[in-house]
Design a protein around this ligand. Sequence first.
Ligand SMILES: NC(=O)c1ccc[n+]([C@@H]2O[C@H](COP(=O)([O-])OP(=O)(O)OC[C@H]3O[C@@H](n4cnc5c(N)ncnc54)[C@H](OP(=O)(O)O)[C@@H]3O)[C@@H](O)[C@H]2O)c1
Length: 346
Amino acid sequence: MAQTSETSRVALLDGAFGIENLRIVHRPKPEPGPGQALVRIHAASLNFRDYLVATGRYNPKMPLPRVPLSDGAGIVEAVGGGVTRVRPGDRVAGIFMQTWLDGPNRAEHGASALGGAIDGVLADHVLFDENGLVHVPGHLSLAEAATLPCAAVTAWNALVEQCRVRAGDVVLVLGTGGVSLFALQFARLHGARVIATSGSDEKLARAIQLGASSGVNYKSTPAWDKRVRELTGGLGADHVIEVGGTGTLPRSLGAARTSGNVAIIGVLTGISSEINIAPILHKHLTLHGIYVGSRAMFEDMNRAIAQHQLRPIVDRVFEMEEIQAALRHMESAAHFGKIVVTLQGD
Ligand SMILES: NC(=O)c1ccc[n+]([C@@H]2O[C@H](COP(=O)([O-])OP(=O)(O)OC[C@H]3O[C@@H](n4cnc5c(N)ncnc54)[C@H](OP(=O)(O)O)[C@@H]3O)[C@@H](O)[C@H]2O)c1
């Protein structure tokens, strides 16, 4: 069906899990009800979670069809009755958990996670509750803004809200994906020193250009925890942004400084295994479980991003019709930073 002014494209994971089962269909353009805003999505971005969702590994019981992707930014096109937080023309992004506005996370917020528990944002038009939106920093393109809702808020929550990073601290980031590069940028913004790991020397050189003081190749230096201790005078890192999961956690604990923080974020190498807890108690480590963050954290982060004119690292931009190729690119782990999907040519 050709797109008309009344219809709108939407991506669907349909029939069965698998990247090959993602397709784009047309549906009537939705209309905002009371308290809702209709957002014309200009760009979306990929997180590793979207790859897990598409391949059925995030939640094998997830009902299909499901609109994929949690992160999108666009322009408010229309609002329903009683809406006061946004106006037509505003540049906005959706928050990851639509009901987690402020304060500590609560069990019920998980049921409002975009692109997982509920339909996501890979669509020309998406209806949001007005409370589920934030305004995005004015200096960012909408493609850049689309990288913020999951990866950036996660890195901000981990490093700033939970670990309470301070100038002079040492921050260890694992790999050069979306969360890790935001953590690198936020650590530098707070005056911390960053050690980055990567499986690629070329990516490490780019991380150093971004402000990391040292890089460790976890392929050529399998004992990278030891190397991190050497680079810190034997002490270890004050904060570890642990995105690797059970395959990297033992070395992340080894790389952490006594009384340091380890932000438990990712599952890149696995989610379940036996872990030796001795370093946690011997070193008085604090482990912080992180699940993205609240709207208040997103807004605090945006203020800092605007203040410092910080720009997200966009690896590559795909067209909406290339969503399968975008996910394959993520699967290849060739990317450095964020993979973006454009919907309106922003
Ligand atoms: N808890 C939360 O709220 C939350 C939020 C966002 C993401 N996550 C999780 O955090 C992880 C990262 O997400 P993302 O979206 O940033 O992923 P991503 O952009 O796909 O980044 C993946 C990168 O991690 C690096 N990597 C892979 N295996 C590694 C290993 N064994 N050791 C160190 N680095 C490794 C690779 O970088 P190099 O090529 O440089 O080696 C790879 O490119 C995922 O597991 C995701 O599910 C959790």
